[in-house]
Ligand binder design. Structure first.
Ligand code: TAP
Length: 482
């Protein structure tokens, strides 16, 4: 039957058969999969609560073995290899990621819960783009302005919200600069990092250049505290980032921290409203709001607040929540029971706090799995916890302002400083407001756009150091800061 409109056509969910999920996974150390000596843990599909696999936990001794393998690879091979040769491996990895993109996207969606259209159209293509981009730098480091001397072994710890993309942000520049790595993925999303390990084998990457140690916080702690790790790169919560900063204080390790955020998405009365509403939706509901730079505080100018909110509710009513492998799904599953509990707790607190309303479109949540509907709170003030704390879920707090100065003051009234958005017709207003916002990234008339050529990072409690672009090389070379 020919569909009469695009909405009559419901394509079948993406097939799980394209991925081969093993019953058990080991650690990837010295170019091989090996057993771990900790207590294995289970990773589940958050959309169904089905156990996907049992994964090895790296003990302190396993972390030590991985660091030793990385050190050996750095001294004997990777640290001595000319940049043009390293580039060939990075290009090869980038091409294999493209070739295996469907498999990577499906596995990411199953282990994380994010909609397949996001992992397929955003995460995986951006991952490949990062490897292509940093491959291009590997033989041109002298032009980056930070010298050409690699640091040695990088210990990298990443969160669960963009498992493969955070891996790419960390591994690609480290390798391009001649460092070797030991990476710890988050406990709830280890599978794509382990598939990436297979890709390293397929690319004939020399043994020990990339090592993957799976486990929970204790494994991450052992890695960052290891005396033979020269560089620590961490993305995650501000609380753990502070603990890591204390661990490495007084050592010679360089550190970059990419932490939390509470971004303001500022809509002025001259903004193109339809476009702004799309940007508000992308800003907070992309990846179920599990985004460090999510536009979780909407600051809307009072004169258009009602119109924007009416259109926002209308648009939210069209969002489809459900099977993350369905290509029509906009809102997938919350990554874990623990994260769902945190979102529920803060949303319930919000309900007590605000003078306005808590609103979600009518939608049925699946019986199994971890789900939270897209939610908006109106009548929020700066004192409310939902306006101050990172919720890391699909929950939007709406505040209003009258003057541009009031918008800037409210936007900056946060201990974080990762990102912000501005919606206005006037270029001069955008530039003026952007220069007054204390945020590492400011988007204008768009939101949540990522590109390997752009540096990304925060101020204040959002961390320090930059990833991406030429600036991302500084973290992995002797002459660069941090
Ligand atoms: P965290 O709980 O901080 O976990 C991040 C990583 O650190 C995980 O691999 C975690 O292991 C590990 N870890 C936990 N305790 C550790 C310790 N004491 N020492 C070393 N490693 C430790 O964050 P999360 O809940 O996964 O991620 C959400 C947070 O990340 C949010 O605050 C978000 O804003 C932030 N984030 C920031 C950015 C950027 S670029 N700024 C990007 C994405 C996310 P387990 O998961 O196995 O416990």
């Amino acid at each position: 039957m020919t569909p009469s409109s695009p909405f009559d056509y419901a394509p079948a969910p993406e097939s799980r058969a394209v991925v081969d999920i093993k019953a058990t996974y080991g650690l990837f150390v010295g170019g091989e999969f090996v057993d771990g000596h900790g207590t294995p843990f289970k990773t589940v599909d958050p959309a169904t609560e089905e156990v996907l696999a049992e994964v090895a936990e790296a003990s302190d001794a396993d972390v030590d073995a991985a660091v030793k393998a990385a050190r050996k690879a750095h001294e004997r091979v990777w640290g001595r290899m000319p940049g043009r040769e390293r580039a060939k491996y990075l290009y090869r990895i980038a091409r294999i990621i493209q070739e295996r993109s469907r498999e990577l996207a499906v596995l990411e969606t199953i282990d994380n819960g994010k909609p397949i259209k996001e992992s397929r159209d955003v995460d995986v293509p951006t991952v490949a783009a990062h490897f292509f981009y940093y491959a291009g730098w590997a033989d041109k480091l002298e032009h980056a302005g930070y010298g050409t001397t690699p640091l040695g072994v990088a210990g990298q710890v990443i969160p669960w919200n963009f498992p493969l993309l955070m891996l790419a942000w960390k591994v690609a520049p480290a390798l391009a600069c001649g460092n070797t790595v030991v990476l710890k993925p988050a406990e709830t999303t280890p599978l794509t990092a382990l598939l990436f390990a297979e890709i390293c084998q397929q690319a004939d990457l020399p043994a020990g250049v990339v090592n993957i140690v799976t486990g929970a916080g204790a494994t991450g702690q052992a890695l960052v505290a290891h005396p033979d790790v020269d560089k620590v790169a961490f993305t995650g919560s501000t609380a753990v980032g502070k603990a890591i900063a204390r661990t490495v204080a007084g050592t010679s390790k360089k550190v970059t921290l990419e932490l939390g955020g509470k971004a303001a998405n500022i809509v002025f009365d001259d903004a193109p409203v339809d476009q702004a509403v799309e940007g508000i939706v992308t800003g907070i509901f992309f990846n179920q709001g599990h985004v460090c730079c999510a536009g979780s505080r909407l600051l809307v100018q009072e004169s258009i607040a009602e119109e924007v909110l009416d259109r926002l509710r209308e648009r939210m009513s069209t969002l489809r929540l459900g099977d993350p492998l369905d290509k029509n799904t906009d809102i997938g599953a919350i990554n874990s029971a623990a994260q769902l509990a945190r979102i529920r707790e803060l949303a319930d607190i919000g309900e007590q706090e605000v003078s306005g309303e808590r609103w979600s479109p009518a939608c049925e949540l699946p019986e199994r799995g971890f789900w939270f509907p897209p939610t908006v709170f109106t009548g929020v003030t700066q004192a409310h916890r939902i306006a101050r704390e990172e919720i890391f879920g699909p929950v939007l707090s709406v505040l209003t302002f009258r003057t541009p100065s009031e918008a800037v003051e409210k936007a900056n009234n946060t201990p974080f400083g990762l990102s912000a958005g501005i919606w206005s017709e006037k270029g001069s207003r955008i530039l003026e407001i952007a220069s007054r916002l204390r945020a590492g990234v400011v988007w204008a008339n768009t939101f949540n756009k990522f590109d390997p050529t752009s540096p990304f990072g925060g101020y204040q409690e959002s961390g320090y150091g930059r990833e991406g672009g030429r600036h991302g090389l500084a973290a992995y070379l002797e002459g660069g800061q941090r």
